[in-house]
Structure formats: C-alpha cells, structure tokens
Design a protein around this ligand. Sequence first.
Ligand SMILES: C[S@@+](CC[C@H](N)C(=O)[O-])C[C@H]1O[C@@H](n2cnc3c(N)ncnc32)[C@H](O)[C@@H]1O
Length: 199
Amino acid sequence: MGKWFAVLYDTVMGPLEKRWIARIRKKIVSGLEGNVLEIGAGTGANFPYYANEMVKRVVTLEPNPYMIDQAKRRAKEVELPVEFYQGRAETLPFKDGEFDTVVATLVLCSVSEPQKVFQEMRRVCKKGGKIVLFEHVRTESKSLAAMQDVLTPAWKRLCDGCHLNRDTGRYMKESGIKVVIEKKYLKGIFVEYEGLNPK
Ligand SMILES: C[S@@+](CC[C@H](N)C(=O)[O-])C[C@H]1O[C@@H](n2cnc3c(N)ncnc32)[C@H](O)[C@@H]1O
C-alpha cells in the first residue's frame, strides 16, 4: 500500500496542486527562516518553496521509504540541500528546541497519534518558534462532518491511513500551541494554521 500511495500521489494530486494547493504551499513555506523541520514530507511537494537565503537548514522526516526516494529526486531537481530521516513524528529523533520552525502539510490526518505528534513538534521547536500547518480537517458543518465520518473507514484503507474527520485544530490548541493564524478554505475542510510555541 505504502508503495502505491507513493507512486500515485503526485499524479492524483496533480490537478488540485496546479489549481490551488501549490499556491498555499508557496504562501506558507516561502517566508520561513532558520532551521526548519518538515514532518511527513512525502514526495517533497514543498521543496520548491524553501529556497531563500533566510532558511539555514531543511530537515525532513517521513516513514514511507518510497516517498523518501521521490523526495530525494525532487530535492535534486530544485537544487535544495535537504537532510532526510526515516521515522514517525510520534517520536522525533531530534533535540529539544533544535528547530526555529516545524512544518506539516496534509500530514496530521494520517498520523496514528496526533496528540503525541503535537507534543513532539513542540518539544523540537524552540520556545517562541513557529509551527505551520496546512491540513484537511473535520468541518464545523454538522452535515458535512457526518459525511466525513461515514467516508473515513473506506478512505483510510484507500489513502494509507488518512482520516477525513480528524479534528486537527482542536488537538493543536489542546497541545498548548498558541494559534495566531487559522484560515479556512472550502467550507472549513482545509485549514492553514500558524502557531507559536509558547516561551
Ligand atoms: C497525504 S501525504 C502528504 C505529503 C506531503 N506532506 C504533502 O504535503 O504533499 C501524508 C504523508 O504523511 C506521512 N505520514 C503518515 N504517518 C506519519 C507519521 N506518523 N509521522 C510522519 N509522517 C507520517 C505519509 O507517509 C505521507 O507521506
């Protein structure tokens, strides 16, 4: 499953990327600074937007080895020096406060333990550092959320563990991250979050 998900990911996402998601990636990634960690980096779709002199180091962590292979090719194409780690964001192999910014795009829907992932993101992010996300989430619309609940079991099997109905914003806030930007798209199915790791 992990292999096919990796092989098909860019092709399936292509039309949506071109129309819309690439713009969001550019918006949230291109202004980042310092040492950046991206969890669940997948095929490296954000890599083209890191290239700026304010970014010192880009480190990625991803469990799926087939995704990592594709991301390595993408890093070469865009000539971005990237450090690759294979692993899960529930246990990050990094020091406390090692990063100025932690990024995740379309990842929290797929992790097994979102609360643990937010704790780990906070631990490795320096105090006052940024935690930046773009995610699809459980909507506030009761009827749409009910549909997300019905579709999630089949969707999870089809899309490598992805939950359509994950309440990522709630987990983020409960983790103690101070949310400073919460911008909703498409009836709140997609949300861009910028959070600060409290001092
Ligand atoms: C929908 S893809 C998104 C990939 C990429 N972030 C993007 O924006 O295109 C979800 C990614 O999360 C990764 N993932 C799943 N569980 C994870 C975990 N526990 N820790 C880190 N990444 C995980 C998957 O392997 C996959 O690459």
